[in-house]
Design a protein around this ligand. Sequence first.
Ligand SMILES: [Zn+2]
Length: 65
Amino acid sequence: MTVQKGRSPFDRLKQKFDQSDLRCRACGYVDVEGGWRVTTTGSRVRYQHVCPKCNAIETKEVRLE
Ligand SMILES: [Zn+2]
């Protein structure tokens, strides 16, 4: 078993979002091929996902501690 050291909260959050929640709230399409586009603004991380089916934009914002 590999011990994963040095992973930032940023990486863990990204992984968490990559693995779940890619279902479009507007049309229900699950974008398994897609992922979150990640931008950071200071102590916050913003995740954005655009549904390839209906172009609905999902945005999440997470504050880093
Ligand atoms: Zn959609």
